[in-house]
Design a protein around this ligand. Structure first.
Ligand SMILES: *[C@@H]1O[C@H](CO)[C@@H](O)[C@H](O)[C@H]1NC(C)=O
Ligand SMILES: *[C@@H]1O[C@H](CO)[C@@H](O)[C@H](O)[C@H]1NC(C)=O
Ligand SMILES: *[C@@H]1O[C@H](CO)[C@@H](O)[C@H](O)[C@H]1NC(C)=O
Ligand SMILES: *[C@@H]1O[C@H](CO)[C@@H](O)[C@H](O)[C@H]1NC(C)=O
Ligand SMILES: *[C@@H]1O[C@H](CO)[C@@H](O)[C@H](O)[C@H]1NC(C)=O
Ligand SMILES: [Ca+2]
Ligand SMILES: [Ca+2]
Length: 575
């Protein structure tokens, strides 16, 4: 018996280390994903054909949009839907998929600029989705846009600011454009703006928040990047992260954080020195060359190691040379007096060789490549002498027995009677939070907003991956909230209990005003470690069966021999 236990131990140990070992690096899966079509600017993610696989929206040659639909066979993304140059003669600056007319089919909103005039006037086109094709379009003028459901009907409306700082909102329900003034007082919005639509005060409605009026940025800052909102320290509240430069040339960079309701800015990363090289953010070019991105400094956030604390991908450049590269910033425990108030800070993974192997990186973002709940990476890089970007897909083999729950909140405009598809479209604005017990037995809260930002190729994912760390406990409570109309007192939020880790939850908030009847569909995605455990178990079972078989056979043989001897003896005795 003792030997068996020893054997089983050795077996599981081997399997465990095989799992551990394969976890060490990223793996380039570009060809697997795109074949030879790996060029263009990845502009947005969304499930265009409602098959619950996220599709990729790619801009090519500045004025073409190609939608790569997810497929079950390699290459896993195939260019299927096109908006070609012949359709219109503008430069596409932004792509925001969503259902704008409320027919539960995904439409595509494009923000474009004239090719010739260097104005900041932005034009908006909405191409209407119909049975996996695009038919007809809406056409309007607006400055910087933000999408949110202003009237709380879960149909995103277009919010813009005109030259005199008055705000306007355009409703497109039923494909009829209706314009209205949005806020009663004019607001001055930064260009580039970084408005977000998210619940800051945890009451499960949209906090109305227009950030960075003059004076509220950290002191001594010369260049301001795009704000992001995440629960940085895992207390359940959304923090405000801001990447900045402390000088005009971006030789001194920093990332600041401010907690909701607190005016102080806390530095969470200031040290960009690596050996002899000082790295820094890439400042937004004022007059980008053709084909260059006109993007502000942006953090792309996602919990790549599933410890419950969001990490980031950034592009940094060598301040003394010209090379630029993507870097992973891991969210770690604060070890410096300056970030004590927050408890967490960023640490740069300087030695991530797979990211270092992509020279000229211009955008790096998280994406769940095989829909397995583990966030992988997509990097765009500029190749010498070529126009446009090369796309690189890096699979994250992180497998340190950490757990997650992936939550997708759909529009809930229909439930079982949706046209052509049974569910609906992912919409901006919902808010997800959970409480659970971590591996040390402490209560842990975290929260996230789904699609809170839309402008400037924010590349947010249409789902939320909540990292649960190493505790395989059930999620005690998961709350999902959606915005409610102004003046409506009833909070629209629902709670689900005992969610199995490593599962995907699709929430259909239908009807909106009756959270009790909302439905949630649970899909299990067994992680590698679960598979390995299963293989180990089956292996052990087979081994035990073989042993039992051998023993049984030996016993039978011994029995037979005994019987024969006995028969012999009987015969002998009878003589
Ligand atoms: C959608 O398109 C498919 C094939 O392209 C067609 O068979 C189907 O009838 C269409 N459905 C609707 C509702 O138009
Ligand atoms: C935004 O918040 C302010 C102050 O909390 C409130 O007075 C105002 O009515 C709100 N506006 C909207 C559109 O919710
Ligand atoms: C989590 O949230 C609950 C309810 O809001 C609160 O009672 C608890 O103290 C929070 N725990 C942590 C660790 O923040
Ligand atoms: C940064 O640029 C300088 C000057 O070109 C070069 O000497 C240095 O090796 C570069 N650093 C890295 C890490 O590439
Ligand atoms: C601690 O923070 C201060 C201020 O941000 C910075 O100057 C210092 O280098 C940091 N120390 C370490 C060890 O990171
Ligand atoms: Ca639609
Ligand atoms: Ca993390």
């Amino acid at each position: 018996m003792g030997m068996w236990i020893l054997f089983i131990n050795i077996f599981t140990f081997t399997v465990y280390f095989a799992g551990k070992y394969s976890a060490s690096a990223l793996q380039d899966v570009t060809t697997d994903l795109f074949g030879s079509e790996n060029h263009g600017t990845v502009a947005a993610f969304g499930d265009f054909n409602s098959d619950k696989q996220t599709d990729i929206f790619i801009i090519r040659e500045q004025s073409e949009l190609v939608i790569f639909l997810a497929d079950l066979k390699a290459p896993y993304f195939k260019p299927k839907v096109h908006i070609t140059k012949n359709d219109f003669n503008f430069i596409i600056t932004g792509v925001v998929p969503g259902d704008y007319d409320g027919d539960s089919q995904m439409d595509v909103l494009l923000t474009v600029q004239l090719k010739t005039k260097a104005t900041s006037d932005t034009r908006v086109f909405v191409f209407w989705g119909n049975n996996q094709t695009l038919v007809g379009r809406f056409d309007g003028f607006i400055n910087e846009i933000l999408l949110r459901s202003f009237n709380g009907d879960m149909i995103p409306d277009i919010f813009g600011v005109s030259a005199d700082f008055s705000t306007e909102v355009c409703f497109l329900t039923g494909r009829n454009a209706v314009w209205q003034p949005a806020l009663s007082s004019p607001v001055k919005i930064r260009i580039p703006h970084s408005n977000a639509f998210i619940d800051l005060n945890k009451d499960f409605t949209d906090g109305n928040f227009t950030k960075t009026q003059a004076g509220s940025i950290p002191e001594n800052v010369k260049k301001v990047g795009q704000s992001s909102f995440v629960d940085f320290n895992g207390d359940g509240f959304q923090d405000h992260l801001l990447p900045v430069c402390l000088d005009d040339a971006c030789h001194r960079s920093a990332i600041y954080l401010s907690k909701p309701g607190e005016p102080e800015w806390v530095p969470v990363l200031t040290d960009f020195q690596r050996r002899e090289t000082l790295w820094g953010f890439v400042p937004r070019q004022t007059t980008p060359a053709a084909g260059e991105l006109h993007n502000p400094i942006t953090l792309h956030l996602g919990d790549y190691n599933m410890d419950g604390f969001p990490d980031a991908l950034v592009i940094l450049r060598n301040t003394s040379g010209s090379g630029q590269q993507a870097f992973l910033l891991e969210n770690v425990l604060c070890n410096n007096a300056s970030c004590k108030d927050v408890g967490r800070m960023f640490r740069v993974h300087w030695d991530q060789s797979d990211l270092g192997a992509i020279p000229g990186a211009a955008v790096a973002t998280f994406f769940d490549i095989y829909e397995d709940g583990i966030l992988d990476m997509i990097v765009l890089s500029k190749e010498e002498g070529k126009e446009g970007f090369a796309i690189h897909a890096l699979k994250n083999n992180f497998e340190a027995d950490a757990y997650f729950v992936k939550v997708i909140v759909l529009s809930g405009l229909c439930s079982n009677d949706c046209p052509g598809n049974p569910f609906g479209v992912n919409q901006p604005g919902p808010y997800v939070s959970y409480t659970t017990v971590d591996s040390n037995g402490y209560l842990k809260n975290a929260s996230a907003g789904q699609l809170s930002q839309s402008a400037h190729l924010s590349l947010q994912l249409p789902y939320t991956v909540l990292g649960l760390g190493r505790s395989a406990n059930f999620l005690d409570h998961l709350y999902v909230g959606i915005p409610r109309p102004l003046g409506d007192k009833d909070v629209r939020k629902q709670e689900w209990t005992a969610i199995i880790p490593n599962s995907q939850l699709i929430v259909i908030p239908y009807p909106h005003n009756e959270p009790r009847s909302w439905s949630a569909k649970l899909y299990l995605t067994p992680s590698n470690i679960v598979l390995l455990t299963a293989i180990a178990l089956i292996g052990v079972c087979v081994f035990i069966l073989v042993i039992i078989g051998i023993l049984h056979w030996q016993e039978k043989k011994a029995d037979d021999r005994e019987k024969r001897q006995e028969a012999h003896r009987f015969h002998f005795d009878a003589m």
